[in-house]
Design a protein around this ligand. Sequence first.
Ligand code: SF4
Length: 87
Amino acid sequence: MPKILGLIHNCKDCPSYQYYSGGAYECSQVRQRLPANEAIPAWCPLPDHPAVAMVQQANRIRELERRLTKPEPIREPGYDIHGDRLG
Ligand code: SF4
C-alpha cells in the first residue's frame, strides 16, 4: 500500500529507512528491523494513501455541496412534501 500522498512505495523511499547492522535496515520511527525485500510492512506507522482523513473530508464536502444545491424539503407534520394536507 503506498504511503503518504503516494510518494513512498517501499521502505527504501522513506526518510526513516536507516542502516542497522550486518546488511540489515531498520525503521527509525519504531526501531524495528525491516524486511530484506524493502516492502512496506503491515506495522508501518505512516498513514495509507489516500489517508482516511482526506477521504472523510472529501465525502463531507460532497455532502455539504449536495445539501446546498439540493436542499431537502421541509415537511410539516400532517402535510406532504408539496404542502398538501395528508389524509
Ligand atoms: S516501515 Fe518505517 S521505513 Fe518503512 S515506510 Fe514505514 S515508516 Fe518508512
